[in-house]
Design a protein around this ligand. Structure first.
Ligand code: SAM
Length: 250
């Protein structure tokens, strides 16, 4: 969440995070790659810019609106193909892909195991599936308003689709057919609360979400943001969030 679009404009912190993710795919010349839940395709574009030697990356999403945006942005890149489909019924034969990527998507897939079983099915023997999810309960915002911060972080995590899926990811992968699962954690950090940085983008997204659900008031929201901005002006702001990685071999 809040990171799907990171190339236009460039979000340097999210770009750095994706470099870390992509290294774990161990991409090889001629690899055929699937990205489940590709959204506007920024990750696919970034992967082909770093690894032009791969055969192709297929970005799959169930949202025609998101795919239209992806095609508008990156449709001219011959290394990428965008395909409409559901993660629980992938429109591909068994053992098709060398690598499969699925980032911050499984919380929306019902049940997540159905998506993971499909990823297992379409992955070639010897292939790697890189399954990554944020655990939204892991967010830390510095500031004076500790109780309000807890309220906001917990309300967001608990009112989402499956805000704590990050901590369950290894078990979900294991139960879905992957017996060889190596885990890792990427911690994204921000030192300032400012535009084009993840902390500000996710804070704004959380605010819209929680106000719409009447889980916080406008006044609470404004007080919280004022405090974060003040921290940032003083050079004392700090944010972190954990992304949980499962590197699954078949
Ligand atoms: C939070 S975005 C993550 C996008 C991207 N992977 C990233 O990390 O930046 C989740 C994406 O998954 C897609 N999605 C959700 N459920 C899906 C499903 N059952 N099948 C295919 N795509 C799905 C949504 O349309 C959305 O584009």
């Amino acid at each position: 969440m809040a990171q799907e679009s990171f190339l236009r404009p460039v979000m340097p912190d999210v770009l750095e995070q994706w470099r870390y993710y992509i290294d774990h795919l161990h991409l090889q010349p001629d690899d055929l790659v699937l990205d489940v839940g590709c959204n506007c395709g920024d990750a696919d574009q970034f992967i082909t810019s770093l690894h032009p030697e791969i055969r192709q990356i297929i970005g799959l999403d169930h949202s025609p609106v998101r795919l239209e945006r992806a095609n508008k942005r990156w449709g001219e890149n011959s290394k990428i193909q965008f395909v409409e489909g559901d993660a629980t019924q992938l429109p591909f034969s068994d053992h098709t892909f060398d690598k499969v990527l699925c980032v911050d998507t499984l919380e929306w897939v019902k049940p997540p195991e159905a998506g993971l079983r499909e990823i297992f099915r379409v992955l070639k023997p010897g292939g790697i599936a890189l399954i990554i999810h944020t655990d939204f309960d892991s967010q830390i915002f510095s500031g004076k308003m500790i109780q309000l911060t807890r309220k906001i972080v917990h309300a967001f995590s608990d009112s989402g689709a499956y805000g704590t899926i990050g901590r369950d990811l290894k078990g979900l992968c294991h139960r879905s057919g992957f017996s060889d699962v190596v885990t890792d954690v990427y911690t994204l950090t921000n030192q300032f609360f400012k535009e084009d940085h993840y902390a500000k983008k996710i804070a704004e997204m959380m605010g819209d979400w929680l106000k719409q659900k009447s889980l916080i008031t406008e006044d609470e929201w404004n007080d919280w943001i004022d405090d974060l901005e003040e921290q940032s002006r003083r050079g004392e702001f700090f944010y972190s969030v954990n992304r949980y990685l499962c590197i699954c071999s078949k």
